[in-house]
Ligand binder design. Structure first.
Ligand SMILES: Cc1ncc(C[n+]2csc(CCOP(=O)(O)OP(=O)(O)O)c2C)c(N)n1
Length: 282
C-alpha cells in the first residue's frame, strides 16, 4: 500500500516515523492492558513492519483475501502486537480492538491466527515461517501470480534447524519472490545470541546457502526500503535482509533488556513508557 507521500525521501521518512510512533504506543498499551506479551521483539520490529505495511507491500485492508496480495509471514509470531497495530492502523479492523489482545474470545490472540483479518497463517512455534513462505512462493509460481512473499524471523529463531532446510529449498527452487528479513536484535529469550548459540558469520551462512544478502540498520526507513526494493531486481535467488535492531527500541528501560522479552510494563513503567513515546496523560 504505497501512501501518497513519496514527494521526497525525507517526507516519506517523516510520515513513516509518525506511523511507527503510533505503532509503538499501541504495542505498549496492548501489552499493558493484556497483562502479558512480548514488548522487546515487537518494538525492535516496528520500523520493518511499518515499512512493509505502509510502503512496500501490495495489500488491501478492504479486501484482505485479494488473491494478488503480497503475503506476510510473521515467523516470530510472539511479536504480533506490532503486526496487530499495523493491521489496525491500515484499516483491517478498529484500533479499539487492539485492547482485546490475549483476552478470551478475542480475534487478537497472543500469537497470530487466521481468525484475524489480514493474517494468512498461524505462527508462534518458531522456525516454521520460512518453510511456509517457501510454500507460498512456490504456490505463486504454480498459479502464475506476481505476488511477493515476505517473512520476518527472529535471530534466536535462526537456531531452529528447519530454517536452514527452508533456506536450502528456497535457493534450490530459485525463489526470487521471497524476501526474508531477520530482526537481528542479538537477544533471544535468555540472553545474547552469540553467547547461547552463535549465529555469526550470519551473512556468509545465508550466502553459502545461495541467498542474496543485505545488511542494514533496521530502524532506518530508507535503508529498509532500499534493501528490499533493490532485492526485487535480483533474479533467480531468494533475498534476505539482515536488519540490525535494538530489542525494546523506543522505550529506554526496555532497550537491550532481556527482561522485557516477554513481560508487560507495570503501572509505573507503563506511564514512563507512554511519556517517552509522547503521551503525557494515559
Ligand atoms: C519452537 C519454539 N520454541 C520456543 C518458543 C518460545 N519462545 C518464544 S520467543 C523466544 C525467543 C525468540 O528469540 P528471537 O527469535 O531472537 O526473537 P526476538 O528477540 O526478536 O523477540 C522463544 C524461545 C517458541 N515460541 N517456539
Amino acid at each position: 500500500m504505497k501512501e501518497n507521500f513519496v514527494r521526497s525521501r525525507e517526507e516519506r521518512t517523516k510520515k513513516l516515523e509518525e506511523i511507527a510512533l503510533k505503532i509503538r504506543r499501541h504495542i505498549i498499551r496492548e501489552i499493558y492492558e493484556a497483562g502479558s506479551g512480548h514488548p522487546g521483539g515487537s518494538l525492535s520490529a516496528t520500523e520493518i513492519i511499518t515499512a512493509l505495511y505502509f510502503y512496500i507491500m501490495r495489500h488491501n485492508p478492504h479486501n484482505p483475501k485479494w488473491e494478488d496480495r503480497d503475503r506476510f509471514v510473521l515467523s516470530k509470531g510472539h511479536s504480533c502486537p506490532a503486526l496487530y497495530a499495523a493491521l489496525a492502523e491500515s484499516g483491517y479492523f478498529d484500533v479499539k480492538e487492539l485492547l482485546t489482545l490475549r483476552k478470551l474470545g478475542s480475534r487478537l490472540q497472543g500469537h497470530p491466527s487466521i481468525k484475524t483479518p489480514g493474517i494468512d497463517i498461524c505462527t508462534g512455534s518458531l522456525g516454521q515461517g520460512l518453510s511456509i513462505a517457501v510454500g507460498m512462493a512456490l504456490g505463486a509460481r504454480i498459479d502464475r501470480k506476481l505476488y511477493r512473499v515476505f517473512v520476518l524471523m527472529g535471530d534466536g529463531e535462526l537456531q531452529c534447524g528447519e530454517v536452514w532446510e527452508a533456506a536450502m529449498a528456497a535457493a534450490n527452487y530459485r525463489l526470487d519472490n521471497i524476501t526474508a528479513i531477520v530482526d537481528r536484535n542479538r537477544l533471544q529469550i535468555d540472553g545474547n545470541t552469540e553467547k547461547i548459540m552463535s549465529l555469526e558469520p550470519l551473512s556468509f551462512k545465508f550466502k553459502a546457502f545461495g541467498w542474496h544478502v543485505t545488511e542494514i540498520n533496521g530502524h532506518n526507513f530508507n535503508e529498509i526500503i532500499d534493501a528490499i526494493e533493490n532485492g526485487f531486481k535480483i533474479k533467480g535467488k531468494p533475498k534476505v535482509v539482515i536488519a540490525h535492531t535494538v530489542k525494546g527500541k523506543g522505550v529506554s528501560f526496555m532497550e537491550g533488556s532481556v527482561a522485557f522479552h516477554g513481560k508487560p510494563p507495570n503501572d509505573e513503567q507503563f506511564k514512563i513508557a507512554m511519556k517517552e513515546l509522547g503521551v503525557e496523560n494515559v
